[in-house]
Design a binder for this molecule. Structure first.
Ligand SMILES: Cc1ncc(COP(=O)(O)O)c(C=O)c1O
Length: 384
């Protein structure tokens, strides 16, 4: 959400005239690093470009295999494809919507170089098991924490477990800069390399050049880079969002707790599950529509009923969405690698039967009550 603070923040770079990646991006990076408890944070133009930079810095190449969950936003896999490498999809745990580490371990081959666990909807993947499995097979781990702002395990923030993590500031995320992303890492080499690659491969940033006294010194270009810089207007917005991050997370958790309480009476809807010791960031409140135990045999029928519920809610002014996609089963991947729902039953069920309820920090008690009333009514109408 935005308020007068964000409006004032974006005016500042416009007033000074420094609108490309500069001082506000730098401040946003330090605030983000302090929040996540990580030594380095490197901003980028989106989470997808941040992911692209991280894989470039790790040296992913043609013929490599990278393990990714079958239920995730497509860019988790797309970025692997950018390098001519192969995303190897693994089925998820239906209770958490996150990667199943046992399935991931079975997918390791001699070509596997790394694994990308995704912290979907603000709930951390099972990082202790993912890290143990990766160590056994000598894989790097990079965390897709696009939705993970505020998600922790035993107090440790996501994006700090593996070699690197990346976050999204798309408007559907808990804090937003319009578009934008952030790489987090404890590895100084990865921080330095991603910062250089996001800026055409330049050895010095614009800010460092302008703050220096040797006007004749230009950057060196030793590597093939990209233009994936965040603007300072976005950086200023990010700083303002960080200032209200604690409140945003507190509100999200309070609204989610109210849903948890109230949804126990609806046997047909499974609210998000939180393993012991995990803190959910609630980027989204994603439930599973399960009037009966879902299987591949009944998923189409249940999907049709869920869609009827969603359509009725839409007509009543309540916006719902499915959680995300079974990326493995979108046309591009299903066609290219001949993938079927039978290989990823949980991802397919999650794709067909997930249901995201409205959740935003400024949501009032009356609005939430309205959603709950309409939800119950829409289900009764759909099955009557
Ligand atoms: C799991 C996941 N990964 C990556 C992304 C990409 O983020 P961006 O839109 O910032 O590139 C998203 C965005 O929704 C996402 O949900």
């Amino acid at each position: 959400m935005f308020g007068p603070e964000e409006l004032a923040a974006v005016q500042k770079p416009i007033e000074t005239g420094w609108v490309v990646q500069g001082p506000f991006v730098k401040t946003f990076e330090s605030r983000f690093a302090a929040f996540a408890g990580v030594p380095h944070a490197v901003a980028a133009s989106s989470c997808t470009t941040a992911l692209h930079l991280a894989l470039a810095a790790l040296g992913v190449g043609r013929g490599d295999e990278v393990i990714v969950p079958a239920f995730t936003w497509v860019s988790t896999a797309h970025v692997v494809e950018y390098f001519g490498a192969t995303p190897v999809f693994c089925d998820i745990d239906l209770a958490t919507f996150n990667l199943n580490p046992d399935v991931a371990a079975d997918a390791v081959t001699a070509r596997t170089v790394g694994i990308i666990p995704v912290h979907l909807f603000g709930l951390c993947a099972e990082m202790d098991r993912v890290m143990a499995m990766a160590a056994r097979h000598h894989l790097w781990v990079v965390e897709d924490a696009a939705c993970g702002f505020g998600a922790r395990i035993a107090g440790r923030h996501c994006g700090t477990f593996g070699d690197a993590g990346w976050f999204s500031f798309h408007p559907r995320k808990s804090i937003t800069t319009g578009a934008g992303g952030m790489i987090t890492t404890a590895r100084a080499d990865l921080a330095e390399r991603t910062a250089m690659l996001r800026d055409h491969g330049a050895s010095r940033s614009d800010l460092a050049r302008h703050q220096g006294t040797a006007a004749f010194l230009v950057a060196e270009y030793h590597h093939l880079g990209y233009n994936y810089r965040m603007t300072d207007i976005q950086g200023a917005l990010g700083c303002a969002q960080m200032a209200r991050a604690a409140w945003i997370l507190e509100r999200r958790r309070a609204i989610a707790a109210e849903y948890d309480d109230r949804l126990t009476s609806l046997e047909w809807l499974e609210p998000p599950v939180i393993p012991t010791g995990y803190e959910h960031g609630y980027q989204a409140y994603v439930c599973l529509f399960r009037p009966e135990a879902p299987t591949l045999a009944n998923v189409d029928r249940l999907h049709a009923t869920r869609n009827t519920v969603m359509t009725t809610l839409e007509q009543r002014g309540v916006a719902t969405r499915q959680g995300t996609h079974a990326a493995a089963l979108v046309d591009y991947y299903a066609g290219k690698y001949t993938l079927t729902p039978q290989q990823f039953p949980n991802a397919w069920i999650a794709d067909r039967l997930s249901l995201t309820l409205p959740l935003y920090p400024q949501m009032t008690g009356e609005e939430q009550q309205f959603v709950l009333d309409e939800l119950a009514r829409a289900f009764r109408a759909a099955v009557s």
